[in-house]
Design a protein around this ligand. Structure first.
Ligand SMILES: [Zn+2]
Ligand SMILES: [Zn+2]
Length: 301
């Protein structure tokens, strides 16, 4: 069984956590559940019982931050502490992780688009292990965003079980994004490392016919150069996601500000999810969808 180590709740600074699992162990003791796990320096503590890590074994683990988030994960958790903050890493079967990504990224009801998403997500996991210290991946868009799997997303993982995109025999760190402006982008166009990602830009019928459009204003001083994913992420961090939804835009100076008019949502490299839904609706299968957006890649084990 292939597993991945996922850092969960990665967008939260966790100071206390509620933990439920069939079997929990801390400092050599078995605990039925921990209603309030806290960090004391580099130790995790349940009341007065402290240790280097709280671990679960077998079954499902439920983690809760009161009033913020409540999730159950199939897999074993290890919770450690560093500088007063908790960190939770779940060892999950790869196919369960794929199903959780599909649930976050592609709507139920479009089976072939979900299959394409499953292969893309699995390929990314196969190609990019070890992106974090202590975990392979996080659960935010930094790696792949994931949520609770649905019946349909589990079925998408199962129906494509083990399949990954390969380019020159290596698994592809498949990229994908919400929608484009009618044409996808090569990685270099948005200043992402291109050697690892050799795919050509392709036309996208759905978005070409009817693109998602947006308009926004940004401080002109921030623009040192043309479109780049780094700039887009910087603007997103500082002002929110809707300031520069995509890298496909024209800019017009108005005093100190720039007026941006753009198309699409996301970095624009790899599979356009809106286009994939369009192809699925037109009767294409997931193999055709993937070979359209990743020309030159093949689907293998
Ligand atoms: Zn990450
Ligand atoms: Zn598109």
């Amino acid at each position: 069984m292939t597993t991945v180590l996922l850092q969960v709740f990665s967008l939260f600074a966790i100071t206390d956590l509620q933990v439920e699992a069939t079997s929990l162990r801390l400092a050599g003791q078995m605990l039925p559940e921990v209603s309030k796990l806290t960090a004391r320096g580099g130790q995790v503590c349940a009341g007065t019982l402290c240790g280097a890590a709280l671990r679960s074994q077998g079954g499902v683990v439920r983690l809760r931050i009161a009033g913020k988030i409540d999730r159950s994960y199939p897999g074993d958790v290890e919770i450690t502490a560093r500088e007063g903050k908790l960190s939770a890493v779940v060892r999950m079967d790869l196919e369960n992780a794929v199903a959780a990504v599909v649930a976050a990224e592609m709507p139920d009801g479009a089976a072939q688009a979900q299959y394409a998403q499953a292969v893309a997500a699995r390929s990314y996991y196969a190609a990019q292990k070890g992106r974090h210290t202590g975990a392979d991946f996080c659960d935010s868009t930094h790696c792949q965003f994931l949520t609770v799997a649905t019946d349909a997303s589990r079925s998408a993982a199962l129906r494509t079980r083990g399949q990954v995109l390969r380019y020159r025999n290596e698994p592809v760190a498949a990229m994908y994004f919400r929608s484009c402006g009618g044409r996808t982008k090569r990685a270099e166009e948005v200043k992402l490392p291109g050697a690892a990602y050799p795919f050509a830009a392709v036309e996208c019928r759905t978005c070409l016919r009817e693109p998602y459009t947006w308009e926004s204003e940004v401080p002109g001083a921030l623009f040192r150069e043309g479109p780049s994913e780094a700039l887009r992420l910087e603007l997103t961090r500082r002002f929110g996601w809707n300031r520069m939804p995509s890298n496909d835009y024209t800019a017009e100076a108005r005093g100190e500000t720039l007026v941006l008019r753009g198309k699409g949502q996301g970095h624009g490299v790899g599979m356009c999810q809106r286009g994939a839904l369009g192809l699925a609706a037109a009767g294409e299968d997931y193999r055709a969808i993937l070979s359209h957006y990743f020309p030159g890649a093949r689907i293998g084990d």
